[in-house]
Design a protein around this ligand. Structure first.
Ligand SMILES: Cc1cc2nc3c(=O)[nH]c(=O)nc-3n(C[C@H](O)[C@H](O)[C@H](O)COP(=O)(O)O)c2cc1C
Length: 185
């Protein structure tokens, strides 16, 4: 179902970013073409070299490349993608997306994308249940975005609760189901 699908994987700055490596590997194994966009801080959590190697594509992060005047087109990326998956999605990125802020490549691509958007949030339990986060999720849902809800368990902080990004194999299953249901309708 994912064969030849064009997938943008947005990776934001959560400790769960390490799971994005397995996710990209699974998507590529399924035959998808994957382009990874990382936020600046996401690169503190997982190396772009890892993501580039596993996705078989250069990782995109900046608007501009070096000093040669070339740049990454969020408009082209938005048109290329069959789906934009943001995994993990931080509270910060959700808030910015909900309010149309676009001060990095992932956010400008989000605003330009015509394709479906699926988020897999990851955060500490109190961040996740804060009214601001819940409201931002509602706003994003009202735009048509889908969510793969985080699971409950031990969090990186040592606390227990809801906020763990769903496992990569479950995310792949949900994306596959999403495309299957789209094909039926
Ligand atoms: C060790 C560490 C772990 C973090 N984990 C999360 C997280 O799981 N979820 C989250 O929303 N923010 C988390 N943050 C905060 C984000 O990194 C911060 O809000 C950042 O500005 C998000 O940037 P981005 O959304 O542009 O990637 C963490 C910060 C640190 C230092």
């Amino acid at each position: 179902m994912l064969k030849d699908k064009n997938i943008i994987l947005g990776v934001t700055a959560s400790i769960a970013a390490y799971k994005a490596a397995s996710l990209v590997r699974l998507l590529v194994k399924e035959g998808a073409n994957v382009k990874v966009i990382m936020t600046t801080y996401a690169k503190e959590f997982i190396s772009p070299v890892t993501m580039a190697t596993l996705s078989k594509n250069t990782v995109l992060s900046d608007f501009f490349k070096h000093d040669d005047g070339s740049w990454n087109s969020h408009v082209d990326l938005g048109m290329w993608a069959d789906v934009l998956i943001v995994a993990p999605t931080t509270a910060n990125t959700m808030a910015k997306m909900a309010h149309g802020i676009c001060d990095n490549l992932l956010l400008t691509t989000y605003l330009s994308a015509k394709c479906p958007v699926i988020h897999a949030p990851a955060m500490d339990l109190d961040m996740f249940k804060h009214p601001a986060t819940l409201r931002n999720m509602e706003i994003l849902r009202s735009y048509g975005d889908k969510f793969i809800e985080p699971s409950s368990g031990e969090l990186a902080s040592g606390l227990h609760g809801k906020g763990r990004m769903e496992e990569p194999d479950v995310i792949v299953k949900k994306i596959t189901e999403f495309f299957e249901s789209k094909k039926k309708n």
